[in-house]
Write a new protein. Structure first.
Length: 561
């Protein structure tokens, strides 16, 4: 008997030891739900000692975050099933909220009457935070806090299902920030990231509760519009987006105007699955970008063929760079006063092994978009310098050669060192080169352009402003940039004899340039009458088919013999 009592005592002591050293908080109440016992884990987790809570209702920990219906359902389960398990937000003695994972059990006597309630709980606040963080990383973009591509497709599939059930429409809007890469490369990824965050806020504000904005990747955003009654709704939203981007983005001491190119596809008309809708919206977006950017296009089947052709051409272009399928032609420039050769413009040509000559109008935009233009422009610069060196070595006296630079290389942070390296490698004096820049390239970011032009002129290069007056001229920046040459675009020369406006523009540009000490060259001269008009108004130089087409170096050499 004594051994039995001793064994029972040891068992109770062991249970008490386990009870007090459990990591789970435990609370035992009587049938009226008044606290009888709590363990050490309970006091550690809640901040209350056993003396402070004994005889009280466990609701002293209540956070107030759960409504009456929540507790009614909890007690219904406890009475009917004898237990309840779930998560409850409670409050420590300090007032700090914590989330607990809790199980509540009913203990009955031999007669089936409720004797005690036992609750076992664990603080899962930190675990829950970690789960939420992992969920956020899995479904949201860390930079913009928008849904990421994975979550976007999940939402789109759910939206499509609801749309099918209600026999309505939804839309996918695919948006790309025009020339974002140039800002990123010029001012750094930090500034680029800030711009993306600001763009995300603008888009979210425009869309509001009518849809979901996601960051698809890079500078691309994807938007889902719910319950779309007609195309007009999409048009309205697209116009609101474009308008919201008409205001500059202020980043530190800089202001940028960044425009969106937008493509739109509709479900179920433009695709039966999420991937097709996005692909078609992307195709429409590219078409919008090709037509001048800062606009929107709805998907059409013909766009997809153009997208496929573009993809094939982009792949061929990569191969062309590797296999050296390019060559240069040189178009001569002549003085209007003396008729003498005053320069040449180097123009790239691509001889495709299957498709023959590919127009620069086709492959240059793709090269710019894919950044391959940086390699191509460097190749052109090096080939021109080598050609100048070859001519000099055989005793010729080549004129200045104009080389066009696209925006990606012109705004490259290492532009000056790249050109200096090419000049050093080929042994060419920089005075032989004229760097030609279009007005759009310069005016896209005038402050960066001004700095780069200063550096280029400092090493002895001449600068020519091409396409002047075609885009958005700024006479103030023209003064600050101080180019050496001003080129009148062929669009003004084409109808200069018949269009009085074109005549006025050409005359004004020539007078303006001369007042600023600049040399004026007109391009696209095709007739004797156009040439005579330019001579009469004292244009300095001309180039065009009237004099000669762009020629391979072996034929162009006849002008410098």
């Amino acid at each position: 008997m004594n051994n039995g009592n001793h064994s029972f005592k040891m068992k109770n002591e062991l249970l008490a030891e386990v009870y007090n050293h459990m990591v789970y908080g435990m609370c035992v109440t009587n049938s009226k739900n008044r606290i009888l016992y709590v363990n050490q884990a309970y006091t550690k987790l809640t901040g209350y000692s056993e003396e402070e809570v004994k005889g009280k209702d466990p609701k002293i920990l209540s956070s107030g975050l759960h409504d009456k219906a929540f507790y009614r359902e909890m007690w219904r389960s406890i009475r009917q099933k004898g237990m309840w398990k779930g998560e409850i937000w409670n409050k420590r003695k300090s007032g700090e909220l914590f989330l607990e994972e809790i199980s509540i059990y009913v203990i009955k006597d031999q007669d089936g009457r409720i004797k005690n309630y036992v609750s076992v709980f664990l603080d899962i606040t930190e675990r829950k935070k970690l789960e939420e963080q992992l969920k956020f990383l899995a479904y949201y973009d860390n930079l913009t806090k928008l849904p990421n591509r994975t979550y976007f497709y999940q939402i789109l599939n759910e939206t499509m299902k609801k749309t099918t059930d209600t026999k309505s429409m939804c839309a996918v809007i695919f948006l790309d920030l025009d020339r974002f890469k140039d800002i990123n490369d010029t001012l750094g990824h930090g500034m680029g990231d800030q711009l993306l965050k600001m763009a995300a806020k603008r888009l979210t504000k425009v869309i509001g509760s009518h849809g979901t904005v996601a960051r698809y990747g890079g500078d691309e955003f994807a938007i889902i519009l719910h319950d779309v009654p007609s195309k007009f709704t999409c048009m309205h939203v697209a116009n609101k987006i474009i308008k919201s981007f008409s205001n500059p983005f202020a980043l530190h001491e800089f202001e940028f105007f960044v425009t969106p190119s937008i493509g739109i596809s509709l479900f179920p008309h433009d695709g039966n699955d999420a991937e097709s809708l996005v692909k078609n919206a992307d195709s429409a977006m590219y078409h919008a970008k090709q037509e001048g950017m800062n606009n929107y296009k709805f998907y059409k089947k013909k766009f997809m063929k153009k997208s496929v052709d573009r993809l094939i051409l982009a792949n061929d272009l990569r191969r062309a760079i590797q296999k050296n399928e390019f060559h240069l032609c040189y178009q001569p420039q002549f003085s209007c006063k003396t008729g003498e050769l005053i320069g040449m413009e180097a123009l790239i040509r691509w001889h495709h092994p299957k498709n023959g000559i590919i127009s620069p109008n086709l492959f240059i935009p793709i090269a710019e978009e894919t950044r391959m233009i940086i390699h191509i422009d460097q190749w052109v610069l090096k080939q021109v310098c080598k050609q100048i060196k070859d001519w000099i070595d055989i005793g010729f006296h080549p004129p200045k050669i104009s080389v066009n630079l696209a925006m990606p290389l012109f705004q490259h942070k290492n532009l000056t060192s790249i050109i200096e390296s090419i000049l050093s490698e080929t042994g060419i004096d920089p005075s032989y080169l004229v760097i030609e820049l279009t007005e759009r390239i310069v005016m896209d970011n005038p402050d960066v352009a001004l700095e780069n032009i200063k550096r280029l002129k400092a090493i002895g290069l001449k600068i020519s402003m091409d396409d002047f007056g075609v885009h958005y001229s700024s006479l103030n920046y023209l003064k600050l940039l101080s180019p050496d040459y001003l080129k009148i675009d062929r669009t003004f020369i084409k109808n200069v004899l018949m269009d009085q406006d074109d005549q006025a523009i050409v005359k004004a540009v020539i007078q303006l340039a001369h007042h600023m000490g600049l040399t004026v060259i007109a391009e696209g001269v095709e007739t004797e009458e156009q040439y005579q008009f330019l001579k009469d108004y004292e244009c300095d130089g001309v180039q065009g088919f009237y004099f000669d087409h762009p020629l391979p170096s072996k034929e162009a050499v006849k002008y410098i013999l």
